[in-house]
Design a protein around this ligand. Sequence first.
Ligand code: SF4
Ligand code: SF4
Length: 383
Amino acid sequence: MKRLLALVKDPSIKVKSTITDFLAPQRVWLNIDERAKILVSKKEILKSDPLFSLDNKIYYSPISGKIKNIDKRLNEEGKESLFLQVLNDYQESDHYAGVDFTTTIIEPTLQKKILNYEGYDWNKIKGKKSLVLNGIEDEVYLANRPFLHKYYHNEILLMLDAIAHTFGISVSRICVKENDRESIEAFQTVLSTYPNMELVILPDVYPIGNDVVLKKYLHLSEEDGVVTTEEIFDLYHEIIKARRKDFIFVTLTGDAISNPQVVRVKIGTELQEIVQEVLKFQRDDYEVYVNGLMCGIKSQMDRIILDEHVRAVYFMKPIVCETKQCEGCGKCNLVCPMGCKPYQALLTKGKKGCTNCIHCGLCTFICPSYIDLAKVMVGDQDE
Ligand code: SF4
Ligand code: SF4
């Protein structure tokens, strides 16, 4: 495949090395799809009460408190969606209080639980000869996976090993980047207890953390399954701990803030509360991007809810880049890791280009005329 790009990063917006916990928000907002079936009939709820079900999964309340209302908020794509608001009573009473989740589940029981679990598409894994754990972030400055590895490497390896055993997979490879010292150290301390697993250290090039690109880079075939750190961590909670996790990791970064960091927050926390209580910044001359600078979207800070689809928020000083006429340099075609032709897509208003676009944003990044080619690739006719 084509050589991927080693991007020069701004060291001043690197996240700090410890995580910040913000697990007692005033309220949470839970995104309820129109297809969701509401399961709760009372107003007062305990933490871990089932609230609604969707696509074979049950969604539980991450806090105890009172159900207030349903209202519109912005989802990770910047689109309005219905959210259920729960006000925190700070009691944290929990249906699961007193249950010992650390008890080891004996292997046959765990395998049975995995095979019976319907909330995951096991076809990604069934029949594969090897399993690849993608532990590399697919956006610049994003740092959730390194922190998940640092704090939960035991849980992640336990689940990965159980899945590999259940489906008869003989080898698992854990992929991390060469500059991700924390993940490397975390896995190296425990990998000797897993003889069927190996650590694969890859260069810091973009967008190697995208599953499709990683597959190409490692020359994987249909016989190799790829899973992400988050998928395995979620499965650990849902199968071994028998409850969905009620928190997420979110990277908060950007050149408009002085304290970039990864925070562990309750699912459904309002970004505004985090900005006031954790980032503590007052300025208003910034722009907010959800889930990335390369392939994220610009959004409105006061309406963003941090749920499972939000992995990062970037606070950036505005830059004025006036779009100019295409000068036909061809750099966009050259840089594309998927062999697409953004230049042709631009000329044909999105009709020609390629269907393999992974929306990595490299073509936009490289364009000297500041043309948003990634938008053109999704059929935006305005560019
Ligand atoms: S066309 Fe642009 S956004 Fe799409 S994969 Fe290629 S470089 Fe990335
Ligand atoms: S990189 Fe920009 S200026 Fe160059 S060919 Fe592509 S769209 Fe045109």
